[in-house]
Ligand binder design. Structure first.
Ligand code: SAH
Ligand code: AVI
Length: 330
């Protein structure tokens, strides 16, 4: 692992290297040569994509962030009291806005020791780490720049006190059902008997509310969606015209997930120079860029069961829009 930052309270190491470009290249090669084109959503998050996501969180239509924050503000002290946690491992930590609420509860309980964020975005990780050590006296941030689908074995070992492993924001919903269970199983392996998983999931609700959250009136989500094409242009020397694609978001009632797609406005051929690949788009052809699954408690319990996890506590916001689950091994 490469050391990115090492001052007295912040250590950040990176599992990512030039080979990341190869990961994107392989995903693009797979995804754009399929009969139905698709790309994995983790490639949204370069610096611009992370900024756009932060703007999405502030939008009036995007309720998940506010709903999850409401739950955390209400129950963080109880969560820390029941777990006795002194460490928070957060996967896909982004700006660490929500971690801050849990770290505050740990500070009040006198257990706070270490925050271990893991994110593909080095910039987001570094910014969050600097702010947090300023805010919390004695806090150690041990960050990992990495991909939680590949680098969970690089999460630093427990320092003695119980830990919470968090995956917040509903990010688990961005994985299809089989991959979701595999990821939960891998997260379960990070837990000792006294540790707990804290998982944020968006809940099934009126499709109109969900669709508005993924197709906001200011067009920020549309820009976030198109950002994946900017990433491919820059990293793989491609010539996508992002504006030649419409942003589509719809709720799939059968699977209970919202999908984001990019729909070609006209016939076009895109050249991806690094791959020596030409990709044709028929007029109206769609490229799926994200699913975001919405959950019910029974669905989540069956996913937990399949992953060797047991649901202990289920917290929701006052309007039952979002849930936070506390789960243990076994
Ligand atoms: N947890 C925050 C951010 C959610 S956005 C919140 O609740 O608001 C999703 C975050 O996960 C982004 O910061 C993105 O960079 C990160 N991410 C997405 N896929 C990832 C992966 N495979 N490995 C590591 N981080 C990932
Ligand atoms: C990060 N993830 C949980 C967000 C979601 O709601 O699925 C990403 C997002 N996509 C569009 N808006 C926000």
């Amino acid at each position: 692992m490469r050391q990115v930052l090492d001052n007295h309270n912040i250590r950040i190491s990176s599992c990512l290297s030039e080979s990341e470009e190869r990961v994107l290249a392989d995903d693009v090669l797979d995804g754009l040569t399929r009969p139905f084109k698709e790309l994995p959503p983790k490639h949204f998050y370069d610096t611009r994509g992370s900024d756009l996501f932060e703007q999405i969180c502030e939008l009036p239509e995007y309720y998940p962030t506010r709903a999850e924050r409401e739950i955390l503000e209400h129950y963080a002290d109880e969560i820390i009291e029941t777990t006795g946690a002194g460490e928070l491992v957060e996967l896909g930590s982004g700006s660490a806005e929500k971690a801050r609420i849990l770290l505050g509860a740990m500070a009040r309980a006198g257990t706070l020791r270490r925050y271990i964020p893991l994110d593909v975005s080095e910039q987001a990780l570094e910014d969050a780490a600097r702010q947090l050590v300023d805010e919390y006296d004695g806090l150690v941030v041990d960050g990992v720049v990495g991909d939680f689908e590949r680098h969970l074995d690089r999460v630093p070992r427990r320092d003695g006190s119980p830990r919470i492993v968090g995956l917040l924001g509903g990010t688990i919903g961005n994985f299809p059902p089989g991959t979701r269970r595999r990821l939960l199983r891998e997260m379960c392996r990070l837990l000792g008997p006294a540790d707990r998983l804290l998982l944020g999931t968006d809940l099934v609700k009126d499709p109109a509310v969900i669709e508005a959250a993924y197709d906001d009136s200011e067009g920020i989500t549309a820009e976030f969606n198109r950002n994946i094409l900017h990433v491919i242009n820059r990293q793989l020397d491609a010539d996508f015209t992002p504006e030649a694609f419409d942003h589509i978001a719809f709720f799939d009632r059968r699977h209970e997930w919202v999908e984001m797609r990019l729909r070609a406005r006209r016939p076009q051929t895109v050249r991806i120079a690094r791959l020596g690949l030409l990709v044709d788009f028929a007029p109206g052809e769609e490229l799926r860029t994200e699913i975001s699954a919405k959950f019910t408690r029974p669905r989540l319990e069956s996913d937990f069961g399949a992953a060797g996890l047991r649901l202990e506590r289920w917290y929701t916001d006052a309007r039952d829009r979002f849930a936070l689950s506390l789960a243990a091994r076994g």
